[in-house]
Write a protein that binds this ligand. Structure first.
Ligand code: PMP
Length: 403
C-alpha cells in the first residue's frame, strides 16, 4: 500500500514534495559496519564526523565482551516494564554505578535520553507550575514541558538576566518553578551557564535541572559532566544524562535525591509503561563507566583532536560558530553556511568525497542558520582529521563557499 492509493494520506506526500523543493529532504544513510572513525555508509568508505561516539566506546572490545557475557548469562530481554517484573539486578547495579560516579544519592535509567527528559519534566511538574527553559534546549525537554501542561517561559539563549526577569514575573504565583538548561547545546556545542542559572534557581527557590547528554563523558573530571565542570555538586536537583553518546550504547538516566528517583519510579510514564533495557545494554554501560575511570586519556585525546580540528577549520576560513551563532566550546563543531539547500548540497558533496558530516537545516536549527555538524572523537587519528580538513576545504572552494 502506498500513499497514492490512500487519498487520506496525500497530505504527507505533499509535505515531502515541499521539502524536496526546498532541497532539505533527506534520505537515511545506512552504516554497514561498526560505528568507527572510518567506516562504510551506503557502500562508501568515509571519515565519520557525524556520530556522537565521542570516546569510541560504541565498539570497544571490553564493552562488546560485557554485552555478550550478560546475554549468555541473563538472556536477551528483560520481559516487562520495571514496575511489573522487568527490574533486573543488573539494572540496579548500573544505577548504583552512575549514582556513585555522579556523586548523588540515586539514579534511575530510562530507555533513552529522550525518555529521561520527557518523562521527568512531565512527571515532576503539573499545570499550575512554570518552566523556565533556554530557547535552544533539546526537543525532549520541550516535549516534556508540553506534556506536563506547565506554563512555559522561554529565555533567550544563555541569557541569565532574561531568565531572572521571567522568574520575577512569576515569583508571586503559587506554582513551582523549574529552571532547565542543556549542559552542552547539541547544535552549537556551547556550554550552558549551569553555575549562574543554578545560583539564580536557588535565589528564587526554583528546582534546577540540567540535561548533560553531550557533557557526560566530555566535560568534568573523567567526564562527570557540566555539574562537575562548574563545581555545582549538590546544587542541581535533577541531572539528566544519556548512555547513547559518549557511553556508546543506548539509554538515558536521571540523577538526584533518593526521593526524586523514588518519585520517578511512581510517576515517570516511560518508566511505568515501557519495557526496560535488555541486560546486555546495562552490562555494556557498566563497563563503559569503568573505562571512564580507567582510561581518562581518551577524554584528553578527544579534547586534543577538538582543538586541532577547530583551529584548522578556522584557519581555512570556515565559520565554526561565534558569528551570529554561539561559539562552540566542545567537540561539537558546527560549520555554519546559513542557507538550507547549500548546506545539504555541501553535505552530499562531502559524502561523495569521503567525509560524513550531518547537514542540519530548519526546523532543527533556525532559518538562515543551517550548518554541517561535525563531531570529532578521541579515536580519529591526525591523518583522518587532516584528510577531512583537506576535503572540506577543497569542496568548499569548488562550491564557492570559501574563496
Ligand atoms: N538531550 C540532548 C541535548 C540531545 O542532544 C539528545 C540526543 N539527540 C538527547 C537529549 C536524547 O538522548 P538519546 O539519544 O539518548 O535519546
Amino acid at each position: 500500500m502506498s500513499s497514492a492509493d490512500r487519498p487520506q494520506l496525500a497530505y504527507l506526500t505533499d509535505a515531502l514534495n515541499e521539502l524536496k523543493q526546498k532541497g532539505t529532504h533527506f534520505r537515511l544513510r545506512v552504516l554497514e559496519d561498526q560505528q568507527a572513525p572510518v567506516c562504510h555508509y551506503d557502500g562508501k568508505q568515509v571519515i565519520n564526523l557525524a556520530s556522537n561516539n565521542y570516546l569510541g566506546l560504541a565498539n570497544h572490545p571490553e564493552l562488546i565482551e560485557a554485552a555478550l557475557k550478560a546475554t549468555r548469562e541473563l538472556g536477551v530481554g528483560s520481559g516487562a516494564v520495571r514496575t511489573i517484573a522487568g527490574t533486573m539486578k543488573i539494572h540496579m547495579d548500573l544505577e548504583e554505578k552512575i549514582a556513585r560516579f555522579k556523586n548523588v544519592e540515586a539514579c534511575v535509567v530510562f530507555q533513552s535520553g529522550f525518555a529521561a527528559n520527557a518523562g521527568t519534566v512531565s512527571a515532576i511538574l503539573g499545570k499550575e507550575d512554570f518552566i523556565l527553559s533556554d530557547e535552544l534546549n533539546h526537543a525532549s525537554i520541550i516535549d516534556g514541558a508540553r506534556l506536563s501542561r506547565a506554563k512555559i517561559k522561554v529565555f533567550r539563549h544563555k541569557d541569565v538576566a532574561h531568565c531572572e526577569e521571567l522568574l520575577q514575573e512569576v515569583a508571586n504565583e503559587p506554582g513551582r518553578k523549574l529552571v532547565i538548561t542543556d549542559g552542552v547545546f547539541s547544535m552549537d556545542g556551547d556550554i550552558g551557564p549551569v553555575d549562574k542559572l543554578g545560583a539564580l534557581a536557588e535565589k528564587y527557590g526554583a528546582i534546577m535541572m540540567v540535561d548533560d547528554a553531550h557533557a557526560s563523558g566530555v566535560l568534568g573530571r573523567n567526564g562527570r559532566g557540566s555539574i562537575d565542570h562548574f563545581g555545582m555538586h549538590g546544587r542541581v536537583d535533577v541531572q539528566v544524562g544519556t548512555l547513547s553518546k559518549a557511553i556508546g550504547a543506548l539509554g538515558g538516566y536521571v540523577c538526584g535525591s533518593r526521593d526524586l528517583i523514588d518519585y520517578l519510579y511512581h510517576r515517570a510514564r516511560p518508566f511505568l509503561f515501557s519495557t526496560s533495557h535488555p541486560p546486555s545494554v546495562a552490562a555494556t554501560c557498566i563497563a563503559a563507566f569503568d573505562i571512564l575511570e580507567q582510561e581518562p586519556e581518551r577524554i584528553d585525546r578527544l579534547w586534543e583532536n577538538t582543538r586541532y580540528f577547530q583551529r584548522e577549520l578556522r584557519r581555512a576560513g570556515f565559520n565554526v560558530g561565534g558569528v551570529n551563532t554561539p561559539a562552540t566550546e566542545t567537540p561539537i563543531t558546527p560549520v555554519i553556511l546559513g542557507e538550507g539547500r547549500l548546506t545539504m548540497d555541501f553535505s552530499r558533496a562531502l559524502f561523495d568525497e569521503g567525509v560524513m558530516g550531518t547537514g542540519i537545516a530548519f526546523p532543527t536549527v533556525p532559518e538562515g542558520k543551517a550548518r554541517i555538524r561535525l563531531i570529532v572523537t578521541s579515536e580519529h587519528t591526525r591523518a583522518n582529521l587532516d584528510q577531512a580538513l583537506d576535503t572540506l576545504e577543497r569542496v568548499a572552494k569548488r562550491m564557492g563557499i570559501l574563496q
